[in-house]
Design a protein around this ligand. Sequence first.
Ligand code: GRF
Length: 197
Amino acid sequence: MKKKLAVFASGTGSNFEFIAKEITKGTVDGEIEILVCDKPGAEVIEKAESLSIPVWTFDAKLYPSKQSYETEILLKLREIGVEWIILAGYMRLVGPTLLSAFENRIVNIHPSLLPAFPGKDAIGQALDAGVKLTGVTIHFVDAGMDTGKIIEQEAVRIESQDDRLTLQKRIQAIEHELFPKTIQALLTSIPREEINS
Ligand code: GRF
């Protein structure tokens, strides 16, 4: 039986699109039940709509606290039986409400070799630091900023002629392959009974 996923995203949604593509091909044994987006007008929303994936958009400024919007999200996810949360460019820290309800079932992708360059603009941080290697990390989400247990990593070499755009392009090409593959590995390695316990 297909695992029920929620994807959270704030921006372009290229990772969202690649995960959806692999699901259609049958290489990821899941179903995206909902896209949760905190940026009304973000490109990812159109992508979900064109694939007939339900979208829930919210504006955090209209809620008194993280707890209050996360409680609303949690109710929705429970209503539709979501088992895994996939963060694909979601630009907010996840709070205790979702973390405790989805322990070890929230996964994030980050464009660096963590623990190097956590937080915003990881690609710019790597270029500024002058390192020769950066990459992609997929990790479980905990309360910290990109600090959860690492699941998968792949390195990308920084060439002397790289700028932010060229490096981002190579990093994203890796992300688009590695994220669906890693999600599939996770979905098939944890028994459903354990997920529901
Ligand atoms: C990705 O590079 C991901 O690593 C980071 O945010 C970016 C999202 O890109 N967390 P997209 O919206 O999937 O194109």
